[in-house]
Design a protein around this ligand. Structure first.
Ligand code: SAH
Ligand code: SF4
Length: 352
């Protein structure tokens, strides 16, 4: 919390709110009141927060600024998935996606505008990194999402635009804020951070006991193929990555890790790949999510046949692994995995 930057209340933890109240000469109970108003009732209007002493309200007006996130477009897919385009104060845009499931709503959060990793199967990669999002900009996505659905959001997945571990500090702060039991109170088991495999970030998550689940985008079973798909693999190859994941599981105890595997026809979807995957993950406490590739214009890859997907999964199941085929949702509005790239804005410009 630096003094010279405008501070956004929605990016502050309980401890930071306590500090703010102390500086303003207000009692700790008012930090609790702020916390409840902002993170439980999504009320950030200082005049509408009940029972704030005038001295604190004046201090907050002077030392904090509201975050102006504007929802500039909404799209709804046939399956009920909603995609929101949000414009940040500097005009940059990010997307967040609301995915209805059986009795629960999952929201996909972006952690960066664009992404620097450059995976060759992902549309977000095509812009490169535009910039990191602040914690407040991630919290604002949750608030905006909540206002755009009739059910409570139960799960948060950090699987939108960006590589969360390339923006570690802001993302970790976000995870702690959304899981604060006195605030938004998401269960740590219902917040999942997905990474392309940045080992130092995984170690930090482990050392700091970051209250969320870990998902690893493995996507290949040999370094030769993974190097082609996820360039960061040259720095953090499969063997080292999986060793870090095993260490994470061992240290975090009952934490079950999610292994994501995008299936690309003729690249990583052969029965040999499936067998190699079983060997790589042998004895690891994990669930494998198989994601058949979502094609987009200009992509060099294609989606495997349903038969190939079933064969791949059957080999994993035969080896006693938990493997689920995840069909991406919201494909007709390009809200599916890896399809986020502020496309609605592009469409708007074209028609303007
Ligand atoms: N940067 C993080 C999180 C965002 S991507 C990561 O890479 O893990 C979320 C998931 O979508 C990743 O597992 C990624 O491999 C997958 N994905 C990206 N593009 C895809 C596409 N075109 N089809 C299917 N899955 C895709
Ligand atoms: Fe970035 Fe993830 Fe897309 Fe790779 S798959 S470019 S890490 S958002």
């Amino acid at each position: 919390m630096t003094e010279n930057k405008p501070q956004h209340l929605i990016g502050m933890s309980h401890e930071q709110l306590l500090l703010l109240c102390e500086k303003a000469g207000a009692k700790p109970v008012h930090a609790e009141r702020l916390l409840a108003s902002i993170f439980r009732h999504y009320n950030t209007d200082l005049d509408a927060i009940p029972e704030l002493p005038t001295v604190l309200r004046d201090y907050l007006y002077k030392h904090t600024t509201p975050l102006e996130m504007v929802c500039t477009a909404r799209q709804q897919a046939k399956d009920g998935t909603k995609k929101l385009l949000l414009q940040m104060p500097d005009g940059k845009e990010v997307e967040t996606v609301l995915i209805p499931g059986q009795g629960r709503m999952t929201q996909c959060i972006s952690t960066q505008a664009g992404c620097a990793i450059g995976c060759t199967f992902c549309l977000t990669a095509s812009t490169g990194l535009i910039r990191n999002l602040s914690t407040a900009e991630m919290v604002a996505q949750v608030m905006e999402g909540q206002q755009n659905c009739d059910r409570n959001v139960r799960n948060l997945v950090l699987m939108g635009m960006g590589e969360p571990l390339h923006n570690y500090d802001q993302v970790a702060h976000f995870v702690r804020i959304v899981t604060d039991p006195k605030g938004m109170a998401f269960s740590p088991n219902r917040v999942t951070l997905s990474t392309s495999g940045l080992i130092p970030g995984i170690k930090r998550m482990m050392d700091e006991n970051l209250p969320c689940n870990l998902a690893i985008s493995l996507n290949a079973t040999t370094d030769a193929i993974r190097d082609q798909l996820i360039p960061i693999n040259r720095k953090y190859p499969i063997h080292d990555l999986l060793a870090a994941v095993r260490e994470y599981i061992a240290k975090r105890g009952n934490k079950r890790v999610l292994i994501e595997y995008v299936l690309l026809a003729g690249i990583n979807d052969s029965p040999q790949d499936a067998h190699r995957l079983c060997q790589l993950l042998e004895g690891m406490d994990c669930t494998v999510n198989l994601l058949p590739f979502n094609p987009y214009p200009g992509s060099p890859y294609s989606r495997p046949s349903d038969a190939d997907v079933s064969t791949f999964r059957a080999i994993l199941v035969e080896a006693s692994m938990v493997a689920v085929v995840r069909e991406s949702r919201g494909q007709d509005i390009s809200a599916a995995c890896g399809q986020l790239k502020t496309e609605m804005h592009d469409q708007g410009r074209k028609t303007a």
